[in-house]
Design a protein around this ligand. Structure first.
Ligand code: F6P
Length: 222
């Protein structure tokens, strides 16, 4: 079975100060997660290949062996933001085909970019309450501000691609986008997406089956 690995970026400087959006780099802790993620994904890739060859050997039995099955490609998609790019920096580009995709960027908070939730509540109390009351439909004010629905629409073509591809893949993205991708594969209703629990430093592995996907979850313990 092919594997879709999903995670958020390592902890960033903005995560530490509680600021939303922005384009900050990883914190010390975030860099440690990134290093551990690289080792883990490399090991998982080896394990996958080993299992693939074992299955092949079992199937051929004693008859004249056909050529070994080719190793599956392993793709890596990140957003265009520093914190996801830095999270995959120590993966070996000879082993992984790495692509940076703008559609995987975090929800753009328009005028609220770079603020803490507390600052938003103080500066724009009406906006803060409007979002609290309808997080799915609420669109951030200001140029380019997005809603969950906007992000669902922009991520949709990538989800279709994820569903179609046969390669293994690691997607390193952000809280909102990760909620949307997981919700799609796990059949979570749209209304519940904005409140899904998707903490930092947690790695998910989806294995699509004929009906639904199997989910395994790893928590990085520093
Ligand atoms: O705080 C990290 C972050 O990814 C922000 O950049 C983003 O605005 C926020 O999470 C999204 O989470 P929520 O929709 O729950 O506010």
């Amino acid at each position: 079975d092919r594997q879709i690995w999903l995670t958020r970026h390592g902890e960033s400087a903005d995560n530490v100060s509680g600021r939303i959006g922005g384009d900050s780099s990883l914190s010390e802790k975030g860099r440690k997660f990134a290093a551990c993620l690289s080792r883990f994904v490399h090991a998982q890739k080896m394990l996958f290949r080993q299992k693939q060859l074992e299955n092949y050997r079992e199937k051929i039995g004693s008859s004249t062996p056909p050529p070994e099955p080719p190793e599956r490609n392993f793709l890596v998609w990140t957003s265009m933001l520093k914190r996801t790019i830095e999270t995959v920096e120590s993966l070996d580009p000879k082993e992984f085909d790495i692509m940076h995709i703008r559609f995987l960027n975090e929800i753009y908070a328009g005028r609220c970019e770079g603020k803490t939730y507390q600052e938003i509540e103080q500066s724009y109390p009406e906006e803060f309450n409007a979002r609290k009351n309808n997080k799915l439909y609420y669109r951030y004010p200001g140029m380019g501000g997005e809603s969950y629905l906007d992000v669902i629409h922009r991520v949709n073509p990538l989800i279709i691609e994820l569903e179609r591809m046969t390669d293994n893949i690691l997607v390193v993205t952000h809280r909102v986008v990760l909620r949307i991708i997981l919700a799609y594969f796990l059949d979570v209703e749209k209304e519940k997406v904005p409140d899904m629990d998707v903490p930092l430093h947690t790695l998910y592995c989806l294995q699509p089956k004929a009906y639904g996907s199997e989910l395994t979850k790893w928590k990085y313990d520093d």
